[in-house]
Structures are given as structure tokens and as C-alpha cells.
Write a protein that binds this ligand. Sequence first.
Ligand code: PMP
Length: 429
Amino acid sequence: MNYQRSSALFVEAQKVIPGGVNSPVRAFKAVGGDPIFVEKAKGAYLYDVDGNKLIDYINSWGPMILGHAYEPVVNAVIEKAKKGTSFGMPTAIETEIAALAVSMVPNVDKIRFVNSGTEACMSAVRLARGFAGKDKIIKFAGCYHGHSDSFLIQAGSGAVTFGTPNSPGVTEGTAKDTLLAIYNDLDNVAEVITANKDEIACIILEPVAGNMGCIAPAEGFLQGLRKLCDENNILLIFDEVMTGFRLAAGGVQELLGVKADIVTFGKVIGGGLPVGAFAARTEIMDYLAPIGPVYQAGTLSGNPLAMAAGLAMLKELNANKDVFNSINKKTEYLHKGMDETFNAGGVRFTINRIGSMISVHFSETPVTDFTSAANANNENFKKFFHGMLNEGIYIAPSAFETWFICDALSYEDLDTTIAACRKVAKTLK
Ligand code: PMP
């Protein structure tokens, strides 16, 4: 396949946009080569500026659960746009989508809409701190909650020590309030809590992780966190930006039956427009301005186009819960096909999957946390990525990302993908 025009556009982009992209992972730094510039997308396919048609396993990093340019969503946006694109005043559609979202998600009474997953998580943490009257938070190494300062923290010298900034611009002062813990390691979390008794406002995590590749919570991990939170008066925040309205209508809370205190959303809830949201029971949500003391705001929050897209998407998912079954089955089919292919090719690999989230690590040993994900063979991943791209299959350009399956994918597309894997497997060590 030829990607000449994309490469030319990348050269131009780099002159006026840092690194040529508006979000770093798009630049293909983890896999090398030039990024692909998209012309349009429909259903399961991307069409790039060189005229290539690619089967898309990213789906805008998750939101396109029903495929690209899904007609009810597109039409809802067009109709809304005709009536004006932003007012900074209340609109009825905000209540409509809020009521629907709250009815779909367990354990929440109220929801507030923002413009991104970052904003949702940042606001949820502020709310948790304000509500709990404590400053420190626990996050897990390898979990991503957006680029707000409190989350750009890496482990310090020991698991129980304070974190240190992992980006210039994040202050030591901010870092000291973020404690790092190891995913799927309850003993480690208990240790961190004990070392910071009565100082921790909340634990935030991806209840199914998607930012170290896909990593499911170990049996009992989420239940154990719930217990630790209850015993220590800590709020539990599920970041369901990836998993919300994808792994089940009610997200991981519904899927695995564990209750969170605050839940954050993004991606699917906006139907592909820039939307995030956070939700909780009334007692917590009413701590927000204008009725409570915790300030949070946004000129474009609840934007009519974004609400129209999100509402069209949620209505579809709410009316047709079979979608979840359907995407899960497709993902299972792909999983099985890749398993057989890699095994036959003698490739050392681990495929993690939960529902319609799946990822491949070139590792012989199980991948259960950040360290085991980082120990996988990245050279093989790079080869795999470019090999698949050459076959017209677009997977996440980093082993630390998850593939998202959409319902527009046909079994024929999946067979094409598995056949491509068979070919590419021959080039792997
Ligand atoms: N939380 C999770 C789990 C995410 O995966 C992401 C982004 N991929 C975010 C938060 C941040 O969302 P956004 O990029 O919309 O700010």
C-alpha cells in the first residue's frame, strides 16, 4: 500500500503543529513511520488521503461502537446544527441525555457533562477531594485518566512513596498528592493506604484497563478495592471513559457487579463528538456548584451538537442491547482466530480480551499490570503493526493501547484480519 500523500501532509503539519499532531499517540512514535491522514470513514472502514481502504480496529479509540458515520448520529448532528451550534444556556436535550444515561448506569443519580475524558476525570477527582475533605489520591501505574496534572505522575523510589512528575510543567507540589499503586495488587494498595492513613480522598482506576493494552481486573481485585475504600472512608472512582456504554450498557459496574462512588465517561457517550461526563449519587453530585462548594464549569459543556450525537448513540444502545452481545461475539471470534494463527506460527504472545476490548502483547508470560506489559517484545509489535497496515488493517499504533471492536465489522472483515495475521506472523520472532 502507498501512503505517500499522508507522508507529505505530515511534513506540512509538522511546520505548524508540534510533532504534526494534536494528540501524541497519533504520531506513530511507538511504532515508527509516518501517521496516516484520514479522508473519511464509514462503518468499519477508514479511507485515507492516498485512497487506501483500511479495516479500523481503533474506532476513534472507542466511541464508534456502531461504526463510523452512523446515520442516526450524523442526522441528529445535522438537524441540531441548523438550529445553532452553541448558546451557553440550558437546553432540553441536556436533561434528556442525562436522564437516559443515569437510567442506564447503576448507582448514579445525577450526571454532569464536560468536553473530554480528561475533564471528566479531573473534575471527578476535585469533587472527591472536596466531598471527602482530603487531598491525596491513589492511581495505578499504567492507568491513564487524561493529561490533567494530578495524573501525569510516575512512581517514586518505592511503591509507598509519593509519586514524581513524569512531565515538565507538573509541579512537585501536585505530585506529592498522587500516590502510585500496582494494578491487580491489593496488598500493595493496602500498604499505600496504611502509609497515608486518613489522608486519601479517592482511588481512581480503569476498572478494566485499556491503556497498558487491555488488562482485566484479577478475580476479586475490584471487590477488594471496594472493601478497602469502605473500611478507610475513601471514594472509589471508576474511570469508564473506555468501558462505559461499551462493555455493558451500565459499564463495568454492571458487568462485574462492583459499585463505584463516582464514574467518569467519555467516548461512546458523545457519539464521536467531544464529550465527557461524570456521575455519582445525589449526595456527592450536589456538592458541585452552583448548589455546592466544589467549582466546575464549561462554556461548551452540554453543547447541543455533542448532546445530539451522544443521545442518538445512547438511544440506539439502550433500545438494542444485543449490540453488546454482537460486538463481544465478534471480538471472541477474532481472539480465537488470532490465537490459532499465532500458535501455528510459533509466535510468543499473550492476547488479553474482555468483551469488545482486545490487545496483543508479544509476551510469553501473562500481562496483568504495567511492568508485565512493558516487558513484552516491542520490536515484534512494531513489525506486527506495520505488517498489518500493509495488509490494510489499522490497529492501535502502540502495544500500550487497546483495539476496540465495532458492530459494523463483518465476519468477512474478521476473516480478512485473521488471514493478515497469518501472513504477518511469519515475519515475527
Ligand atoms: N480515561 C481513560 C481511561 C482514557 O482512555 C482516556 C483517553 N484515552 C481518558 C481518560 C482521557 O480522555 P480524553 O482523551 O477524551 O481527554
